[in-house]
Design a binder for this molecule. Structure first.
Ligand code: GUN
Length: 283
């Protein structure tokens, strides 16, 4: 079975849209999401465009601020400081990666944690690992929702996550652990990776390598969640970290690229932005 992220994302955005209508009645304005894009990386441009489009679709006020990749770290930090102070702004997202002369950790930490719709702020990350109230990072949150929607049991299952990034690998591992899966975090230096990945009832792949996972790495009947967004080196088309054609008959459940995890990340960003807005008014 192919798990459609597009369909579930639509449901989530519809729900957010209705909650926004209620919020506008109650608080007099919609949530306002500001997305900052530094430079002209085509992939980042496309992600940011998608986020802005979804924000408008759910009824948010949406602002995209684009800056040249020559912007200094200080200028970017000053911009974030201004947005933090602006009470009419509820969510701030800085698209990653940033140019190498800018310290990403410093930028993420500069965002007011109450406006941190990505869930990347160190205080938010600490809360996640301490099981305290927090904003769940968008992609990991979307993956758990996809598994739940497909009716895939997590508790007691063996999950293998390939990739250990702050954005996906580590937080999704933590969310799976909190749902009582037994989690193995594998990566590019894991020895005998097929032996490890073949143990997985739930295989999450976020390694950023086109068609990295092949059928010999997948346990028959597994749920395979593909987080990759790559350009196929031969055709130039979008492809995942999983060789879809090679694995689809083996897996019981598999997510496509495009149309799997990607739309869920954006839908969860909309949920997180509404959450930050409501927290401001309702605490
Ligand atoms: N770059 C790749 N994924 C993400 C994301 O979820 N948020 C931000 N801010 N940048 C990203």
């Amino acid at each position: 079975m192919i798990i459609s992220g597009t369909d579930l994302a639509k449901e989530i955005k519809n729900d957010v849209k209705h909650r926004v209508e209620v919020a506008v009645e109650k608080y007099g304005r919609p949530p306002h999401l500001v997305v900052i894009l530094v430079g002209e990386d085509p992939a980042s441009q496309s992600y940011v465009k998608g986020k802005g489009k979804d924000a408008v679709e759910v009824g948010f006020k949406s602002t995209t601020i684009t800056k040249p990749d020559t912007i200094s770290e200080e200028e970017l930090l000053n911009l974030i400081d201004d947005l933090n102070k602006d009470n009419s702004i509820d969510g701030i997202l800085v698209q990653l990666p940033l140019p190498s002369h800018i310290n990403e950790d410093k930028v993420i930490a500069a965002i007011d944690r109450n406006k941190d719709v990505d869930g990347f702020h160190p205080a938010n990350v600490a809360s996640l690992w301490l099981k305290q109230k927090c904003v769940y990072p968008c992609t990991p949150k979307g993956i758990i929702k996809l598994l739940d929607k497909a009716g895939i049991e997590i508790q007691g299952k063996k999950a293998v996550v390939i990739g250990r990034s702050n954005i996906v690998g580590l937080p999704v591992s933590k969310l799976l652990l909190d749902r009582n899966a037994t989690v193995t975090i594998a990566h590019s230096k894991t020895q005998n990776l097929p032996d490890v990945s073949k143990e997985a009832d739930i295989l999450v792949v976020a390694i950023g390598k086109p068609r990295f996972v092949t059928a010999d790495m997948v346990k028959p009947g597994a749920a395979v969640i593909d987080v990759g967004v790559n350009r196929d080196p031969e055709t130039g088309k979008l492809c995942g970290d999983v060789d879809f054609e090679n694995c689809k008959d083996l897996a019981d459940y598999i997510t496509p690229v495009p149309g799997g995890v990607g739309p869920m990340t954006r839908a969860c960003l909309m949920e997180n932005t509404l959450e930050c807005f409501l927290n401001k008014f309702e605490q």
